[in-house]
Write a protein that binds this ligand. Sequence first.
Ligand SMILES: [Zn+2]
Length: 189
Amino acid sequence: MELNASAKLMFFFLCENCDCAGFWEINIKEAAYRMALNEETVYQAFRDIEKCYVRDDRFCAIVSFLHHQRNLPLNPENKAHIGILNRLISHPGLYEALKIRWESKGYIQSERTLWNQAPSKPLQRGYGKGRGLGDKGSLRGKPHLYPIPGRNCSVPGCGMPAVYRNSSGTYDTFKCLEHLPEKVKAVYC
Ligand SMILES: [Zn+2]
């Protein structure tokens, strides 16, 4: 992708000013001020790099950010990743969009499973042959946990976004990444 100088500058600005998960709250006016460019130029630059991010009305998320920081795939057992995962889970729509882009770019393995049912046997772990991407370290055969919209962890005092539903038959309990049952961690983490 050929980018002009303003577009490149805009991309660097996003990388410098985003949070740990690659999110930037879209504010063209502030970006223009900080880069000493006029708003029209910045708006155009932001449009020119639209392939580099996913966005909603308020935030954009840089697609390659976590990959270039060698943080993909994310691992809930890794303390440094928990903050990133909580950011992602608090933006479920963008997280979904990011995962689709990460899969298509080969940053994470394309393996969608019915994650909210505790598997009774270990899932196939396809380590594969790297699919000729040259960056085999970023591929791992673990399924991913997905946020459950509108549900929070049921551990008293926690209240973090839930990623796991446990159905006992009469009622459901929900757990966040940190409070996953051990048998679930064994499969997903
Ligand atoms: Zn919790």
